[in-house]
Design a protein. Structure first.
Length: 76
């Protein structure tokens, strides 16, 4: 999987690997992490094409401090 013009950095990949080590140990490797970053980037690009308001809401959620994910529903 690739996305022209988007190259995940070593720092971004390492952060995803750390998350995977906790949440998905079987896939905690650099290649899988890189694929996940590209999938996320493509997904957000698609959201922006379909619903710019939802994309903006997502961006605002990322700016907030982490809280209980059950109470952070962006679909409000």
């Amino acid at each position: 999987m690739s996305m022209p013009g988007f190259i995940p950095t070593d720092e971004e990949i390492a952060a995803i690997v750390r998350d995977l080590e906790i949440n998905d140990p079987e896939n905690a490797n650099r290649d899988y992490a890189r694929q996940q970053l590209i999938r996320m980037k493509l997904g957000y690009r698609d959201i922006g094409h379909v619903d710019e308001g939802l994309l903006e809401k997502q961006k605002e959620q990322f700016k907030k401090k982490p809280t209980d994910s059950k109470t952070d529903d962006i679909s409000d």
